[in-house]
Design a protein around this ligand. Structure first.
Ligand SMILES: *[C@@H]1O[C@H](CO)[C@@H](O)[C@H](O)[C@H]1NC(C)=O
Ligand SMILES: *[C@@H]1O[C@H](CO)[C@@H](O)[C@H](O)[C@H]1NC(C)=O
Ligand SMILES: *[C@@H]1O[C@H](CO)[C@@H](O)[C@H](O)[C@H]1NC(C)=O
Ligand SMILES: *[C@@H]1O[C@H](CO)[C@@H](O)[C@H](O)[C@H]1NC(C)=O
Length: 328
């Protein structure tokens, strides 16, 4: 029996080893490919909120930062880079699949023009589609600021070795990843009315239309700046985040009312993107359904995800509307 266990263990480690060899060979071939003038992967520009922020808020006077433990405990080198995660974020994995390094945060002071040629991450925790969203956190790059930062980067690139034509080419082939909108609800509309005037002025449907109308305008601006491959994430099940559970859930189950709001917004978003696709047929607008991916993992952790009631792993501070994790 013992020998049998040992064999299994050996088989496991061999399989792991084989997998590692494949990965390393792929990497090595990739590197060799570069030497023989293989086309470099396209640039990546990332926009949005804490779900995709690589650490821009480290450089802002923001109450929402993630550059301390337990953030980053599973990141290469166990570094808390400012990512709101124990490890890497979705755009990091997409870069890896494309055979590219992760891009730098826009505010990273040591970035070079060469770094920017691979793309830039403009995302900022607390940011939303509307300018007032996240104001409680003090400084953040709101979505429109992220767009103007992209124009700055674009301008810089034209003054480098790529020139105007090379930059146009880079931008038209680049991947644009956008994940924004959750904060417009959880850190704006759904705040107590004393903290946000929005709920007094807008019904839920009107507010959704305001968000989607503003977002459409912004996406059109991105298109006008040359973007052609634009991936837009929908809202995840925001009724399942620690803040909502701490505020409204008695038994740890997701907050249905909040999830319905996300669900309705997502239907509107999908519709808006379909409209843009018709209006701008030379661009690709991709709707990324994060909601159902996350929900499937919450419902069936066996799918490969792990769902721990957040109270078990973190202490969530709600008194100051902060969403920060702290080690118990
Ligand atoms: C930027 O580079 C300088 C000089 O090499 C270094 O001292 C500094 O720590 C770097 N800053 C960051 C944020 O990495
Ligand atoms: C971008 O351009 C500005 C203004 O010319 C310059 O100060 C800055 O250093 C440039 N940034 C990079 C990364 O090249
Ligand atoms: C840049 O593109 C324009 C329009 O396609 C072309 O006329 C021009 O010659 C190009 N310039 C350079 C430097 O390649
Ligand atoms: C938790 O409470 C909600 C609302 O009261 C209820 O609908 C749900 O079934 C409960 N879930 C569990 C697992 O007890």
């Amino acid at each position: 029996m013992k020998n049998f266990d040992k064999r299994i263990e050996l088989a496991r480690s061999l399989r792991l080893w084989t997998l590692m060899s494949v990965v390393m060979t792929a990497k090595w071939m990739g590197a060799a490919g570069v030497a023989t003038q293989r086309k470099p992967p396209p640039a990546m520009f990332v926009f949005g909120d804490s779900l995709v922020d690589y650490g821009n808020n480290n450089y802002l006077k923001s109450l929402t930062k993630a550059n301390y433990k337990p953030y980053g405990i599973d990141f290469p080198g166990h570094i808390a880079t400012g990512r709101y995660c124990n490890g890497r974020l979705v755009p990091d994995f997409i870069s890896e699949f494309m055979g590219a390094e992760s891009v730098s945060p826009y505010l990273y002071p040591n970035a070079t023009l060469q770094d920017w040629e691979r793309g830039v991450n403009f995302a900022s925790a607390g940011a939303g589609i509307l300018l007032d969203t996240g104001y409680l956190f003090n400084e953040r790059l709101v979505f429109q600021k992220q767009l103007s930062a992209f124009l700055t980067v674009r301008q810089n690139l034209t003054s480098g070795r790529l020139g105007v034509n090379g930059t146009n080419d880079l931008v038209s082939k680049a991947l644009f990843l956008i994940n924004v909108g959750s904060n417009d609800y959880i850190n704006n509309y759904m705040l107590p009315p004393s903290l946000s005037p929005r709920i007094k002025k807008y019904g839920l449907v009107e507010y959704q239309n305001l968000l989607i109308g503003t977002f459409r305008h912004d996406l059109q601006a991105l298109y006008d700046a040359g973007a052609r491959k634009i991936v837009v994430s929908n809202l995840g099940p925001i009724g399942c985040i620690p803040q909502q559970l701490a505020l409204w859930s008695r038994n740890g189950s997701c907050v249905t009312h909040t999830n319905r709001i996300a669900f309705s917004y997502n239907a509107g978003l999908k519709n808006m993107l379909q409209g843009l696709r018709k209006q701008l047929p030379d661009a690709h607008f991709l709707y990324m359904d994060v909601y159902h991916v996350v929900m499937d993992h919450i419902k069936s952790p066996g799918l490969g995800g792990l769902w721990l009631p957040p109270v078990m792993t973190t202490r969530v501070e709600t008194a100051d509307a902060s969403l920060q994790c702290r080690l118990l």
